[in-house]
Structures are given as C-alpha cells and as structure tokens.
Design a protein around this ligand. Structure first.
Ligand SMILES: [Zn+2]
Length: 322
C-alpha cells in the first residue's frame, strides 16, 4: 500500500524557475542545468523502482517515497522505505548510466563513462548503512527495539554494468528487476511478526507527521544575489518578461494574452525569494505599477494573509500545494 507516493522533487521546479529568471548567458546556468539533469535522472530511477514495488500485496507492505525524519545531529532522508510487520527495508536508488565500480577500500562509487572518463560519487552502500543507523536510533528512542532494518542499493538503469573490487557487494547492490525476489528472500529470513496491525498504523502516522521536506535555497546554493533575477511576467510565446497588465496580461511584443501569467511569476518568487509577499514587493517583482491592480491580483488568489493595509503580508504556500 502506498503511504507516501513518488512525486517529482520540488527542487527541479525551483532550479527550472531559476534558469528562467537568470539573464540569458548567466555564468551559473551551465552548472544549474547539469544539476537539473542529475536530479531528474535520480528521480526517474526512484520512480521506476517505486513502480515495481506496486506489485507487492496491498496488505502487509507500506511504501514511503522520500521520507525525511528528524535525526541527530541532522535529519536523515531515505529514497524508499518499506514497512512490514516483520522487518523494515531501506532502498537507496542509483540511476547512473555506463559502468559503476564500487570501491569499498575508499568508500566511493566510480562511474566509468563510455569515453573512458571517470566520475566519483559517495558510496551508496555507506550512505544506506548510515541511514540504517539513524533509523535504528530513531526506533530505539520510541522503544521499538527488535524490528530488523534491512538495506539495499538498487541500480535503476538496466544498461548499467556493475563491477566491484570485492564480491561482498553482490548481496547489497542489485539491479531493479531483482527487487521483488530480494524482498521474498527477506520474507523467508524474517518470520517473527514484530509489529501488530495497530502498531504499524501508529508508526506510519508518526512518520507522515514527522516528515519534514527539505526546502532548498537555490540562490544561496549557487551564490546568486536576488538582484540578479529578471523581474516581470513571462510571455510563453516570446520567452521573455514582456507581459503588461491591462485588465489581463498582454505581451507588449507579440500581443499574446493571458489571464493567469502572474501565477507562474509568483511561483518563481516563492521558489527563489521567499514564501510571503507584500503589495509593494509584488509590484516590484511583476513590474506592475498600480497598487490597486496588485491588490486585485492578490485578492483573487485568496491567499492567507496577516497585518493590515500597507504592511499586509500574503502567504504564498498555497500556490505550491495546489
Ligand atoms: Zn510575447
């Protein structure tokens, strides 16, 4: 049963919005583009593996994607977590094309590209064993002491060649198509029921409530001041910030019109600047001159707000959730 479904990470939207808001040719754009590609590939891999897990019986297997729980000293995050009455399984997904070489001497994963170039990654076996340690600590503080926690690194790309310096990894790293078989083996290994149906429900609720999404700060990450962002409302046709407000949005270049072009502008604001906005900040960011049309826009969005008149602050969270 899916408890927390596989959803595209917010970070992708944020970085795409940053790409659009940077002036063309900005020096940080190539690095941001590279990161978008990596995060997309990672998500694609998790999505593929999560889909395979949907074949598990509805009863007895609770699936969580991208669960992030509080830990000491920092929160810890797991790609996929499977909760059963008999054991827990943490799955770390890797979607790396080409050849993967596990170097357990230096705890690194090396990707060998077809042209012979290499790239190093953090060792996913070590990553998932750290997550296991954090999860065991988490369970211990809640007096759940005897639930076994298993781990797996899953390669989500069918064409990847997996190599290792040491044979030991074969039980720790598998190809995605083996995952159901591996879970069946864990079922045979763990036959003692540790959690009652009630305890499972309780644990699942605690995790959902305790999940704290990681909110990236793209401008900080790439060292970009907010003054570098282009302001205005985007015209999809011209791919430029050329929309003006005359009752509706009209592009001053191509005369294309839109009723809701301000929504994506406000999303950019939440993703890149901050989660709340005042009337004057909105006018600055959207390049809107009239305070009354700014007020009309804000009112039409039915946002939660605090304060009165000039100092009124509107909360933009609901735009992300909808
Ligand atoms: Zn236009």
């Amino acid at each position: 049963m899916i408890i927390k479904d596989c959803k595209m990470p917010l970070k992708i939207n944020m970085l795409e919005s940053l790409m659009r808001r940077l002036p063309p040719g900005h020096e940080r754009q190539p690095a941001i583009n590279e990161d978008i590609k990596k995060i997309r590939a990672g998500y694609k891999g998790e999505y593929r593996v999560f889909n395979l897990l949907k074949a598990l019986p509805q009863k007895g297997y609770l699936l969580f994607h991208d669960l992030r729980l509080s830990g000491s000293p920092f929160p810890f995050q797991m790609d996929i977590l499977i909760l059963t009455p008999f054991f827990l399984l943490i799955v770390e997904v890797k979607n790396i094309a080409g050849e993967m070489f596990f170097d357990n001497t230096f705890n690194q994963l090396i990707r060998i590209n077809p042209d012979g170039t290499t790239e190093a990654f953090d060792d996913p076996i070590l990553q998932v064993s750290m997550q296991r340690k954090h999860l065991l600590d988490w369970l211990k503080t809640r007096k759940i002491n005897n639930l076994p926690v298993e781990t797996l690194v899953v390669s989500a790309n069918s064409s990847t060649i997996i190599r290792a310096a040491n044979k030991e990894i074969s039980g720790k790293v598998i190809r995605k198509d083996r995952i159901l078989q591996q879970i069946a083996e864990l079922n045979n290994k763990h036959t003692e029921e540790i959690l009652s149906r009630r305890a499972i429900k309780r644990l699942s609720n605690v995790w959902l409530d305790g999940h704290t999404a990681f909110i990236p700060k793209p401008l900080e990450t790439y060292g970009i001041p907010s003054s570098a962002l282009q302001t205005g409302v985007f015209c999809q046709k011209c791919q430029a910030y050329s929309m003006e407000r005359h009752g509706k949005w009209i592009c001053r270049t191509c005369l294309d019109t839109s009723h809701d072009a301000h929504i994506s502008a406000l999303l950019d604001y939440v993703y890149l600047v901050k989660p709340s906005i005042t009337n004057s900040e909105l006018r600055n960011f959207l390049q809107l001159h009239s305070p009354s049309s700014a007020k009309n826009l804000l009112t039409s969005l039915k946002l939660k707000h605090s304060g009165h008149t000039k100092g009124r602050v509107y909360l933009l969270h609901s735009l992300i959730e909808s």
